[in-house]
Ligand binder design. Structure first.
Ligand code: SF4
Length: 231
């Protein structure tokens, strides 16, 4: 069974084309910029079987066109790799494009199996040094780089993503390092910089916890343009 936070049946921002996006429940990390703290609890959400979900996905197949398909997001979808594999394997049989949106900090046999039926990975490289990872994500950086190395070995098409957070990673130095990572791994065919937003603040309030970046400003359009130009 897969533990689901929510479903977006016609998403356009989580992978190529129009996509059926399933946000899986549960995350072991605690990113300071997390937009979805309501996905953290491993025991919340509702359970659905891979075949039940597949029946829903199939209903939208005509909207997917040549580029679209299914995206597993979260939370951290790799934590449910075993059942996620079953769902994506069914999609592959139906020639539905499969995408996994992940922080890449989990690796085991189930994850490897899931990646064998994944057409594209949207991999968050949240920071470009270990210290920032430990301080702002709650894990070291090396498992993420090892994960990227595994994607490279398998030649899984990969989009690198990074949320730009003023004062934490909005420097030219960070973008240069991100470019270095992009150029080092041939599986990477695109990089997306996303602007940090504070729209999630009410979720933190509703959960009765502090949003660690409440006083951090959102990046300006000019800053995003400047950093994007560097890529
Ligand atoms: S990995 Fe994603 S869901 Fe987990 S804490 Fe970080 S931003 Fe939130």
């Amino acid at each position: 069974m897969l533990r689901i936070h929510s479903i977006q049946s016609l998403g356009t921002v989580d992978g190529p084309g129009v996509r059926f996006v399933i946000f899986l429940q549960g995350c072991h990390l605690r990113c300071k910029c997390c937009h979805n703290p309501d996905t953290w609890d491993m025991n919340a959400g509702k359970e659905m079987s891979p075949s039940e979900l597949f029946e829903k996905v199939k209903r939208y197949k005509e909207y997917f066109g040549t580029d679209g398909g299914i995206t597993l997001s979260g939370g951290e979808p790799l934590l449910q790799s075993k059942d996620a594999y079953e769902l994506l394997a069914l999609c592959k049989e139906e020639v539905i494009n499969t995408c996994v949106d992940t922080s890449g900090a989990v690796m085991n046999e189930d994850v490897k199996k899931l990646l064998s039926v994944t057409d594209r990975v949207l991999l968050y490289i949240k920071y470009t040094n270990d210290e920032d990872y430990r301080r702002n994500v709650g894990c070291p950086m090396h498992p993420v780089i090892e994960f990227l190395g595994y994607l490279d070995k398998l030649s899984v098409a990969t989009t690198l993503r990074q949320v730009i957070i003023p004062t934490l990673n909005d420097t030219e130095e960070n973008i240069l390092k991100l470019k270095q990572i992009r150029d080092e791994y041939s599986c990477v065919d695109s990089v997306e910089l996303l602007a940090f937003h504070k729209i999630c603040e009410t979720k933190y309030q509703n959960m009765g916890i502090d949003f660690p970046l409440a006083d951090t400003p959102e990046p300006t359009k000019d800053l995003m343009n400047k950093l994007n130009m560097m890529l």
